[in-house]
Design a protein around this ligand. Structure first.
Ligand SMILES: Cc1cc2nc3c(=O)[nH]c(=O)nc-3n(C[C@H](O)[C@H](O)[C@H](O)COP(=O)(O)OP(=O)(O)OC[C@H]3O[C@@H](n4cnc5c(N)ncnc54)[C@H](O)[C@@H]3O)c2cc1C
Length: 248
């Protein structure tokens, strides 16, 4: 489904929650609470994305370890030709094609070296895919560099969740599920009065994602990458096993 539909559904379920629109610029905390965007509360949960301004402000960023990767996504007004997610490979880039509605597919391009000119030259690396797509239905939106290493997820009364808490790469299609699982763990820790336990819970939740994604990124750069699809085709159980590990 479109991310907008997921957000609308989540908002409908957030009963009893007061929503205040604002931008967090400064964060001040003391022993009893934390103040940001004109509000004061006992805790601040920063879910402010890949390049989390709150994380940066608290000095929790660590330098990346891997070559930078970027992504850009766009929807196309065309009926999906399959109910599966397709992954197309090109040197230095992948295209993830997702059926999102009866009349729309999403295309996410992930790449190591940006081509000048934006989305179109990148899509041109996948001529068979480009042929199938009709008119674009949304403007291209980009993100990256993806790898975000974080010193720790709990800094006094501020806790990081989602991409803000650390991220590697979307090539396994992970992100939203991880963020939701982290949010559940975080709330449990706060309700139990054990905020510091969230760090351990986060590491447990992120471990499989981090290992598998890191492994695939290494494989992507190695000469063995050509063997990946034929191997998975010959051993579908191996593919099922990898997916199963991610989904746990
Ligand atoms: C091309 C691409 C394809 C992807 N495909 C998938 C996929 O198929 N499946 C999947 O699960 N994940 C996918 N991901 C990853 C997924 O998008 C992210 O993991 C997910 O969006 C992270 O959610 P989040 O809420 O942590 O951060 P975000 O979705 O980035 O939300 C952060 C929010 O914080 C707000 N914000 C930022 N700064 C401030 C501030 N100072 N004050 C107030 N608000 C602020 C922003 O406006 C934004 O609304 C993909 C990512 C990319 C780039």
């Amino acid at each position: 489904m479109r991310r907008t539909a997921l957000h609308a559904a989540l908002s409908t379920r957030a009963l009893g929650v007061a929503r205040v629109e604002g931008r967090v610029d400064d964060v001040r905390q003391d022993d009893d609470g934390v103040a940001a965007a004109g509000l004061r509360a006992r805790w601040l949960i920063a879910a402010d994305g890949l390049h989390s301004p709150v994380r940066r402000r608290l000095g929790l960023d660590l330098p990346p370890r891997r070559p930078a990767r970027y992504g850009v996504r766009r929807h196309f007004a065309v009926a999906p030709w399959t109910d599966l997610v397709e992954v197309h490979w090109a040197p230095d880039a992948e295209a993830y094609v997702t059926p999102v509605a009866p009349d729309a597919v999403g295309v996410a391009l992930l790449f190591a070296r940006p081509a000048p000119g934006g989305f179109e030259p990148l899509l041109a690396r996948f001529p068979r895919l480009a042929e199938r797509l009709g008119a674009p239905a949304t403007p291209p939106l980009g993100a990256g560099p993806f790898e975000q290493r974080v010193r720790r997820r709990v800094a006094g009364r501020v806790l990081l969740v989602g991409d803000a808490a650390g991220y590697l790469d979307p090539l396994t299609g992970e992100g939203v599920r991880l963020g939701l699982a982290q949010a559940r763990a975080l709330v449990r820790c706060l309700v139990a009065g054990r905020p510091l336990a969230y760090e351990h819970a986060w590491r447990r939740l992120a471990r499989r994602y981090w290992l598998l994604t890191d492994g695939l990124l290494r494989l992507r750069r190695s000469p063995l990458r050509r063997a990946l699809v034929p191997t998975l085709r010959a051993c579908p159980w191996l593919f099922d096993l990898a997916l199963d590990q991610l989904a746990r």
